[in-house]
Design a protein around this ligand. Structure first.
Ligand SMILES: Cc1cc2nc3c(=O)[nH]c(=O)nc-3n(C[C@H](O)[C@H](O)[C@H](O)COP(=O)(O)OP(=O)(O)OC[C@H]3O[C@@H](n4cnc5c(N)ncnc54)[C@H](O)[C@@H]3O)c2cc1C
Length: 466
């Protein structure tokens, strides 16, 4: 008997799930992936810009410290086409650009020199931060990232290092973010001194070589390659198919209802992987479990706009040779971070020698989506002038809007998620949640979740055979 698994959502999580099921199943398992947009990739999109074929509109790289994304590139034959950022260093803007100290673990100082050297922290803040080494350990149960860092190092280390670094990864605000959801920092906070623990972590790390990688043709090349592999393994991908609900069907199966240009349709499934953002997933599971649906619909997300800018070389200062900068919350107007793309990536230099920047606006608590594109570009140029003292008249600009794209892991996120997953698995065994809303937003974490969901779906299918 043929068993059918339906994967909903064609972002990196859903694509990985569909691919992993097909790569690990026998010929009696078929897979259909349903994606509401006209194309797959979700939040990963790469398109031509400034005469170059492939400049990312969202994610531009993935972390190599964990293996999942790299393994996926190998599985789909892309590993030989990877590159890594140059060694240009990033800065933090506070009245001027300050180089980010080298010895940090996600912004947490991993050596005394990271707090005592440089001009980013005030003399009093340097002294306060150094106290981490001698302060006794305090037990807390608040699960708040910002509060945990402040308790050890004082206000400025959080405000000027940890919050900008972690905030730029999650589009978040560390004062409203779960400590547990950033496991590298959570592990440090369980030790008496975070600084000494961070130093130990760095010393123990045997990793050499680059920290990030990306396909030479952009991160979109990864989602395209996974899609091709799914199709070559016999998987079906239907784009323009918006899933409305998943309901119980006959004999432990599920009925997945969707709408496409042909109207309303449904698919019969033995297992379902829901790799869509939590708020979208909420409606799908409402008839299966109302409490889980309520939990999912209450998840909060932040929106960002990412503007890609082509700057004539004559308007760019040669001293701006780093990889970009982050803006601490109290200093932010609209821009939260700017990446000097042509310094960061050797292959992002247009033929005319102009400079490509990618500038981020908005985060949790700083909404920018109500501005039209022209206003966003003007706000961005005013901020760049304020930060860098450069008058830029861009040759071209591209505004990429990412509404509700960054899930916010509020304190105690994992405890609430676990309860919802347990509820769902008892009321709807064989229906699985995966993706950025749940256990990590980076590409490696999404790949890991896609694979875990694939294994769970296959286990479920096998258990129904016996
Ligand atoms: C601007 C930006 C920059 C980033 N930079 C990086 C980076 O450099 N490195 C990194 O590792 N990560 C980065 N990220 C994070 C990472 O890109 C995302 O977290 C990840 O791509 C999310 O993948 P996903 O598959 O879980 O979700 P999504 O990509 O959101 O995919 C979900 C899919 O579900 C579909 N869908 C929704 N509702 C339905 C429905 N009813 N029926 C059918 N389909 C539906 C959507 O159309 C979408 O395609 C960045 C994110 C953004 C926004």
């Amino acid at each position: 008997m043929n068993h059918h698994v339906v994967v909903v959502g064609g972002g990196i999580t859903g694509l990985t799930a569909a691919f992993s099921i097909l790569a690990n199943a026998d010929e009696n398992v078929s897979v259909t992936l349903l994606e509401s947009s006209p194309t797959t990739g979700g939040l990963i999109r790469t398109s031509p810009f400034a005469g170059l074929d492939a400049i990312d509109e969202g994610a531009d790289s993935f972390l190599l410290r964990v293996p999942y994304a790299l393994e996926l590139t190998r599985d789909v034959g892309l590993a030989a086409a990877l590159t890594s950022p140059t060694s240009a260093h990033a800065a933090v803007w506070h009245n001027t650009l300050h180089p980010i100290p080298p010895a940090l673990v996600l912004g947490v100082p991993a050596g005394l020199s990271s707090v005592t050297v440089g001009s980013l922290l005030s003399p009093v803040a340097k002294l306060r931060a150094s106290l981490d080494i001698v302060l006794p350990k305090r037990k807390t149960d608040h699960d708040c990232l910002g509060a945990a860092v402040r308790a050890r190092f004082g206000r400025q280390v959080n405000e000027r290092l940890v919050d900008p670094l972690i905030g730029s990864i999650y589009g978040g605000d560390t004062d409203k973010f779960s400590l547990e959801a950033v496991p590298q920092v959570a592990a440090l906070s369980s030790e008496r001194s975070m600084l000494l623990a961070a130093r130990k972590t760095r010393a123990a790390s045997t990793a050499t070589g680059p920290v990030f990688a990306a396909p030479l043709r952009g991160v979109g090349a990864l989602t395209s390659a996974v899609r091709e592999r799914i199709e070559s393994l016999g998987g079906h991908i239907r784009t323009g198919a918006r899933v409305a609900s998943v309901a119980r069907g006959d004999a432990g199966r599920y009925s997945v209802a969707y709408v496409d240009t042909n109207g309303h349709s449904q698919l019969d499934a033995h297992a379902v992987v829901l790799a869509t953002p939590a708020r979208h997933t909420a409606d799908m599971v409402r008839t299966l479990n109302k409490d889980v649906a309520d939990y999912l619909s209450a998840r909060e997300h932040a929106s960002v706009a990412l503007i890609t800018v082509q700057v004539p070389r004559s308007q760019w200062k040669s001293s701006l040779n780093g990889s970009g900068y982050l803006v601490p919350k109290p200093d932010q107007r609209w821009v939260t971070a700017a990446s000097f793309g042509s310094n960061k990536w050797a292959h992002w230099v247009p033929d005319d020698g102009s400079v490509i920047l990618r500038v981020s606006l908005g985060r949790d608590g700083l909404d920018v989506m109500h501005h039209d594109d022209e206003t966003l570009v003007n706000l961005m140029l005013a901020d760049l002038k304020h930060h860098l003292e450069v008058d830029i008249e861009p040759t071209s600009c591209r505004v990429s809007r990412w509404p509700e794209s960054f899930p916010q892991y509020r304190p105690h996120h994992f405890a609430a998620l676990k309860r919802a997953e347990t509820d769902l698995s008892s009321s709807a065994p064989g229906v699985f949640l995966a993706g950025a809303s749940y256990r990590g937003i980076g590409i490696p974490a999404c790949v890991q979740q896609g694979r875990a969901a694939a294994i769970a779906a296959l286990d479920h299918v096998r258990s129904t055979r016996t």
